[in-house]
Design a binder for this molecule. Structure first.
Ligand code: C2E
Ligand code: MG
Ligand code: MG
Length: 503
């Protein structure tokens, strides 16, 4: 409209100019109304066409602005979960630190990492993995405290920026989050459960940058994943050292796995109705060239984390089957299996292949699983264990009473025996309360038609009482410590009474 008026004005100005120019030449009288009308029409047409072009231009500009806005939103937001992405989180963190330096609220960063997310992806498919991430994002976004910014900063890693008083607050937020994440997530064929680890860092030095605070939270997360899955770890001085040490251990373990430095040790299992040796528990030992004999607690969790526990299990099983070839054929082997291995659907087939190749009867093999394997991977655990049990492998629930399985698992899952945790057997030596627990476990096992093995028998009086209670199998330093294959062969040749093995 404005442009039309301008054009009309411009036309009138041009005509007037022509009139002024023509008059002195004596042409003024010659300008006919027809000429005036034609000129006016021409200017109007030009004006209209320009206006249409301008409208088109404005439309195109609008579109481009909208596209730009959309683009800048996608560069700020993670498309799968709708949370902020890492770059935006880092900008928000820098701003929050700026406010804090100016007297604003304290700033903490919480990094939440899902444990064994890869296993869910592998076992249930990427669609289920995506669902799990979206649901975790939703749970993390429900308001926990004022001033929380939530972002997805990696595949299965989330970050929270808390602005508020320090003290216990960030820890309590973290613990609530772990509880929320642990609730089952419905997927297409049932549900999955996942746990998480949380690393946390609180800004303390005014000069700390966003990147430094984030890195401190990453280091604390490393600590949480290393030592206590499912816990909240706070960054502390020394964490950096621990992280370096852990990297060195990881590299060393990869080398040790390649070079076969991890070998099986054997601890006798004794039937308590007559002190018969019935087999051995296979316990991993790392024969380190400089550190000496490294116990499994130091490297099994690392092997799990770097995804090489299945390979370690296979190597130990092959070695144990071949060691046992020289021993009496009635002796059985009990092998520990890590919960993470149940995420691998081919596990049962791989075990059976090894047994076939090593010509070791499945009836001579017992798998020791922990209760957490049943909780984390209940459906795949049931399938794998049923397949193995159908061909004669038996299953023991290790460290019973220390995990999270429910009584339903005892009747529901393919389990043959409960192993009473060493902690209970030890406490039975000290007090009546400990005895009550051991007695209750033996009775519970009886109710579900399960056999029992008591771990950690060190004293003759404990052995006597366990026998009275009706416990089936005993294991402990009283009978013998775990020893190498060579030592076991020698011991078997001498065949001393099991009780003489105490060391
Ligand atoms: P676990 O399966 O409960 O094994 C029993 C642990 O108790 C062994 O510790 C054994 O040496 C110890 N023990 C047995 N009797 C006594 C006793 O009378 N007194 C004391 N103080 N200790 C006793 P170890 O060998 O250090 O193994 C620790 C844990 O590491 C095992 O607990 C098992 O959960 C895990 N582990 C060992 N080998 C493997 C493996 O090859 N794969 C997996 N996934 N885990 C393994
Ligand atoms: Mg065991
Ligand atoms: Mg145990």
């Amino acid at each position: 409209m404005l442009i039309g008026i301008l054009l009309l004005g411009f036309s009138a100005f041009l005509l007037a100019a022509i009139g002024m120019f023509a008059a002195p030449l004596g042409m003024g009288a010659g300008i006919s109304p027809l000429y005036l009308a034609a000129a006016l029409a021409l200017f109007l047409a030009i004006g209209l066409s320009m206006q249409r072009n301008l409208v088109r231009l404005r439309h195109a500009l609008n579109l481009s602005h909208r596209k730009q806005r959309r683009l800048s939103a996608t560069s700020r937001i993670d498309p799968l979960t709708g949370l902020l992405n890492r770059a935006t989180f880092m900008r928000s963190l820098d701003k929050a630190l700026g406010r804090w330096r100016g007297g604003g609220p304290a700033v903490s960063v919480l990094l939440v990492d899902l444990n064994r997310f890869k296993s869910v992806n592998d076992a249930h498919g990427h669609a289920a993995g995506d669902l799990l991430l979206v649901e975790t994002a939703r749970r993390l976004s429900t308001p926990k405290t004022a001033g929380t910014t939530v972002a997805r900063v990696g595949g299965d890693r989330f970050a929270l920026l808390l602005e508020g008083d320090v003290g216990a607050l960030p820890e309590s937020v973290g613990h609530r989050m772990l509880e929320d994440i642990a609730a089952p997530v419905p997927i297409q064929n049932g549900s999955v459960r996942i746990s998480a680890s949380i690393g946390m860092a609180v800004a303390e030095q005014p000069q700390v940058s966003g990147n430094e605070l984030f890195r401190a939270a990453e280091m604390a997360l490393g600590g949480a994943r290393r030592s206590a899955r499912g816990k909240v770890h706070r960054f502390e001085a020394g964490t950096e050292e621990a992280v370096k040490e852990r990297h060195a251990l990881e590299a060393d373990l990869r080398r040790a796995l390649d070079e076969g430095e991890i070998v099986p040790y054997y601890q006798p299992l004794i039937a308590l109705d007559g002190d018969r040796l019935i087999g051995f528990e296979v316990l991993a030992r790392w024969q380190h060239p400089t550190r000496g004999l490294v116990p499994p607690a130091a490297f099994i969790p690392v092997a799990e984390e770097i995804g090489r526990i299945g390979e370690l299990f296979d190597k130990l099983l092959v070695r144990a089957c071949s060691d046992a070839r020289g021993w009496p054929s009635e002796l059985r082997l009990s092998v520990n299996i890590s919960p993470t291995q149940f995420a691998e659907p081919q596990m049962a087939t791989r075990i059976l292949d090894i047994l076939a190749k090593e010509n070791f009867s499945p009836a001579r093999l017992e798998l020791e699983i922990t209760e957490n394997a049943l909780v984390d991977e209940v459906s795949s655990a049931r399938l794998i264990l049923t397949t193995l049990r159908n061909v004669g492998v038996s299953v023991a629930l290790d460290d019973f009473g220390t995990g999270y399985s429910s009584l339903r698992h005892l009747s529901d899952l393919p389990v043959d025996r409960l192993k009473i945790d060493r902690g209970f057997v030890e406490s039975a030596r000290r007090d009546e309360e400990g005895w009550r627990i051991v007695r209750a476990i033996v009775q519970l096992a009886g109710t579900f038609d399960l056999a029992t093995t008591a771990e950690g028998i060190e004293a003759p009086e404990i052995l006597a009482t366990l026998r009275e209670l009706g416990c089936d199998i005993g294991q402990g330093y009283l009978f013998g410590k775990p020893i190498s294959a060579e030592q076991t062969s020698l011991w078997l040749l001498g065949r001393p009474l099991p009780t003489a093995l105490a060391s």
